[in-house]
Write a protein that binds this ligand. Structure first.
Ligand SMILES: Cc1cc2nc3c(=O)[nH]c(=O)nc-3n(C[C@H](O)[C@H](O)[C@H](O)COP(=O)(O)OP(=O)(O)OC[C@H]3O[C@@H](n4cnc5c(N)ncnc54)[C@H](O)[C@@H]3O)c2cc1C
Length: 911
């Protein structure tokens, strides 16, 4: 009954607010009158001050449990993540849940950790951490002593660039409502009298940051979940997950204690999650691997020191310090960490004994802590613990439903941020499972952002070495590429582009030229990315040359990383299928191309793609690089059951070269026997030089005129060489992805995962023209019809920063808050230099500030009149300085290129 009631309530209100959570905690306490008294009694209070906790106190009946035959949901592991998922399922009325733990509850890495909660983070993380903090605060207020203290944090900068990094964070966090302020040294000393400040350039105070006891949070969530009906079975090792062959959905879980059938499985197995993922058919790829992670605990501090000391993050020393029961706990995010269990499999039990604590390793780290806290010179040596923690190839959490197996959910790869993430993640994953879709923006954390190669153990052991340190590194935008585990996916042009001075970056493990150092000479040392900067990039002049080629001559861009899928049917079923998935009309003539979104039921983007009609019954789809796993899975989910349509991933079959610029047509016409005058958005298969079967498409991804060549991979080098040789006469130049990026921003072209996400619709991005509401049906049509009628609550705007001195000022790079008449209205999503306007430009969504107070009203719609109101004054906060910004709802007309007719100088065509 309660379950039904809670579920109905959930369905009516959608995402739960903190207030609702409080109510649900109250309800949970009502089901279990013993809960409150147990958690309030002295024993429990005593436990909170000790590090060793007996699980049997909470789970005295574990010996009597019988192994169930079925459970709607099975969760692997009983760490803080699993318990938070279970807890959030319960408060939503889903309590047919079984948690299986190979050892004891909280016996994994949740037993360790420093328990710091930091809100001063990028927005995507901050929302979840903020929820966790409120939840833990509420648990503490309700009598669960989890060691919650809102002690605040001090975030130190030892360098000028770090100060800028902190100022940028203050700008966007402050706008989003977080109290954070830059500290004068005097105030810093007041907050933390014993800290050494002579080498400090700046600091930020975040009063709302907090600390908890991780183990107690873990146990408390488990306890409430259990009281709400969740079954916990300890000493139960999951050996395998079986799937239903017909639809590849979760079927049953095989354990040492027996088998249990289930509808959903949630893998929260921490550092064991990857191995468990492999024990399934098909295998589930969960690319997370543990790194050694050290922390130290001092002896007792003198009593005169406050017990409410703030957390201190000394980013440039890669360390943090918190107060812990009258002592200090210090930990490190080392610049270069060591993978744990390097030469053998992660043991299921007694794993801690495999982790060495070598004095020679920690003494240099400890000396840096002593330098910052001179009082530690007076104390004896600390106790140092080596505990593994799970890291991912890009340092972001791994959440959501696996691509390989239906109803197989994952919440792992916490990158040292799980205690703070656990509350929000548990809520997000529980809601995702219940609703069949995520109820909040989780694209950056989606498990489907990876390929199988990311799950290779050697790859992970290499990559995570540097991921650990990036937690506290200065991540210069577009200038902080990974150093390890590179050159995995390379286009056939890689070596030749390298010889042309390419400096590469990666996306989806694909090496893509970021820019070309035109001063490079073969035989000299290969160019590398110079030290990062928040100001004008040091390689800017190369980018300017690249733009010039695209604007006046020919630019050649290797775009091979884009995802390519062929969609075919026996007859014309494919047309109906794609019409259902696409918001634009895709029943186009053979030989044409259409740009379309694929939307979800709410009208948000699931994909942004080009669909090429190859024949009556086949299409070729080009989607963003990051979508390779995700969109294949999404489209597979929508395939009809009769197997009439099949999808083939052709990403590796074609090398893609963008030929951009006014002289492109002349250059291509020299290289082919075919007529190159294609209608816009059409394609033709033709020869380029001696290569046949090249698909030439008349669009570029830059907003400039030109072509995209889809070249069968074995011809790639030949075609590229001819373009460069013959193109010399046309001012040909290699162009990198960064210049292409700046060009698309200036041309108001929104891009996947930056502007386009499942929570953004075409009408909000100004791409309503690519939606065909006359079509009888497509997914999301109803929502878009309504939105067109009612207007939008947010809208993408292009801003030009006329007063920013690009040579002297810090640049906007994305994430900067936008103010309209001094009110915060939105955030920039992507920024770059507008080569045509010679100014910094940025795209960002704005909404009306009143939206916060009124949920749904005609009055608060964002209209063009509202955006362009001449009395409205816009400013963008870049690292604490406000710059006036001019809004545009379309690419400024000044940017439209006049495609001048060009007559080439004849050259000999030598093959
Ligand atoms: C030194 C250090 C400092 C940290 N500091 C912080 C901090 O300040 N803030 C913060 O937010 N986080 C911090 N963390 C991170 C955090 O403490 C842990 O990463 C986190 O608790 C992990 O939670 P989990 O639930 O993902 O994994 P775990 O607690 O390891 O849970 C996974 C569980 O799954 C079980 N399991 C695995 N395989 C199977 C199987 N096949 N069958 C059954 N059960 C299985 C395991 O036994 C285990 O109990 C820190 C970590 C370390 C090491």
């Amino acid at each position: 009954m309660l379950r039904l009631l809670n579920y109905c309530e959930y369905k009516c209100h959608g995402v739960l607010s903190i207030k609702q959570i409080k109510k649900k905690i109250f309800i949970t306490q009502q089901i279990s009158p013993t809960l409150t008294s147990k958690l309030n009694d002295n024993n429990y209070r005593y436990l909170s001050t000790t590090r060793a906790i007996s699980n049997s106190y909470f789970y005295e009946d574990k010996q009597n449990q019988r192994f169930p035959k079925h459970s709607q949901i099975v969760i692997a592991g009983a760490g803080i993540l699993a318990n938070s998922v279970a807890y959030h399922l319960v408060i939503n009325g889903w309590n047919d849940v079984l948690v299986l733990e190979q050892n004891g509850i909280g016996s994994g890495t949740s037993n360790f950790g420093s328990g710091t909660l930091g809100l001063f983070k990028p927005v995507a993380h901050r929302k979840m951490i903020s929820y966790s903090l409120e939840l833990y605060k509420q648990l503490q207020a309700d009598g669960h002593d989890i060691g919650f203290k809102q002690c605040g944090s001090i975030n130190l900068a030892q360098t000028k660039d770090r100060v800028i990094a902190l100022q940028r964070r203050v700008a966007y966090n402050k706008a989003a409502g977080l109290h954070c302020e830059l500290l004068e040294k005097k105030k810093l000393k007041n907050l933390y009298p014993n800290i050494y400040t002579d080498d400090i350039e700046g600091a930020v105070w975040v009063p709302d940051d907090a600390i908890v006891n991780p183990k107690l949070v873990c146990m408390t969530l488990a306890h409430i979940a259990k009281k709400g009906g969740v079954t916990y079975i300890e000493n139960c090792h999951i050996k395998r997950v079986n799937t239903n062959p017909h639809d590849k959905s979760v079927k049953s879980i095989v354990t040492n204690l027996g088998n249990v059938t289930c509808e959903y499985f949630v893998n929260c197995a921490g550092m064991w999650a990857r191995d468990l993922g492999l024990k399934c058919h098909p295998q589930v790829n969960i690319p997370a691997y543990p790194a050694q992670h050290f922390y130290a605990i001092t002896s007792s501090l003198p009593e005169c020191l406050s017990s409410n000391l703030p957390i201190v993050r000394d980013y440039d020393a890669h360390s943090y310090v918190r107060e812990w029961s009258g002592e200090l706990m210090a930990g490190w995010f080392e610049l270069e960490a060591k993978p744990a269990f390097e030469n053998f499999n992660i043991p299921h039990g007694d794993w801690a004994r495999h982790l060495m604590v070598e004095k020679s390793h920690w003494i240099p780290l400890w000396n840096k802590i002593k330098h910052r806290f001179p009082i530690l010179h007076e104390l004896s040596e600390p106790t140092v613990i080596n505990c593994p923690d799970n890291f991912t190839p890009d340092g972001r959490w791994i959440l959501g439903e696996a691509a390989e197996v239906k109803n197989y959910f994952v919440a792992v790869g916490m990158n040292g941020n799980s205690v703070q993430g656990a509350g929000g993640i548990g809520k997000a994953v529980a809601e995702w499972l219940i609703n069949g879709e995520s109820t909040q923006e989780l694209l950056p954390f989606n498990i489907q952002r990876f390929l199988e190669l990311h799950n290779n153990k050697n790859y992970l052991q290499q990559r995570i070495k540097e991921v650990v340190g990036r937690n506290y590194g200065i991540l210069y935008p577009h200038q902080c590429e990974y150093k390890y585990a590179r050159k995995l996916r390379c286009s056939p042009l890689y070596s030749v582009l390298e010889n042309h001075g390419a400096v590469f970056g990666i996306k989806m493990a694909y090496e893509r030229p970021l820019y070309f150092d035109s001063t490079y000479k073969i035989g000299k040392k290969k160019p590398i990315m110079p030290a990062g900067s928040y100001y004008k990039p040091k390689f800017f002049d190369f980018m300017k040359e690249e733009f010039q080629a695209c604007r006046e001559g020919v630019g050649i861009i290797d775009m091979s990383s884009f995802c390519k899928i062929e969609i075919k049917s026996k007859n014309t079923e494919v047309v109906d299928y794609l019409q259902k998935l696409s918001s634009n009309d895709v029943n186009i003539p053979i030989g044409s191309i259409t740009h379309t979104g694929m939307q979800n039921e709410h009208g948000g983007y699931e994909n942004d793609c080009m669909l090429v009609r190859k024949s009556e019954n086949s299409y070729f789809m080009v989607s963003p690089t990051l979508q390779q796993t995700r969109i294949y899975q999404w489209m597979s989910k929508h395939l009809p059951n009769d197997h009439s349509i099949w999808l083939t991933d052709l990403t590796s079959y074609y090398t893609v070269i963008n030929v951009v610029g006014p002289k492109g047509p002349a250059l291509l016409s020299e290289l082919t026997n075919s007529d190159i005058n294609l209608q816009p958005f059409s394609y033709k298969i033709m020869n380029i030089a001696y290569a046949s079967d090249v698909m030439v498409m008349s669009f570029t991804h830059t907003g400039e005129p030109g072509y995209c060549l889809y070249i069968p991979t074995e011809y790639a080098l030949h075609v590229y060489s001819k373009l460069i040789d013959i193109g010399r006469d046309y001012g040909v130049r290699d162009v990198g992805i960064l210049t292409q990026r700046f060009m698309r921003i200036e041309r108001f072209i929104p891009f996947w995962a930056e502007e386009l996400t499942p929570f953004v619709t075409p009408f909000e991005t100004g791409f309503g023209h690519s939606v065909d509401l006359q079509k009888s049906f497509f997914i999301g049509k109803n929502s878009l019809v309504k939105q067109k009628l009612n207007g939008v609550n947010k809208r993408l705007v292009l801003f030009i920063l006329n007063d920013l001195d690009v040579n002297k000022d810090v640049w906007a790079w994305g994430g900067e808050p936008v103010y309209r008449n001094n009110e915060f209205v939105g955030t920039l999503t992507s920024c770059g230099y507008g080569f045509t306007v010679d100014k910094l430009v940025g795209l960002g969504f704005i909404s009306r500030p009143e939206t916060k107070n009124h949920k749904y009203s005609m009055k608060i719609k964002v209209t063009t009149d509202y955006i362009m109101d001449p009395s409205a004054v816009y400013h963008i906060d870049i690292a604490g300085r406000l710059f006036p910004a001019k809004p545009h709802v379309l690419a400024p007309t000044a940017l439209v290129v006049k495609n001048k007719k060009y007559t080439p100088t004849p050259v000999n065509f030598i093959i």
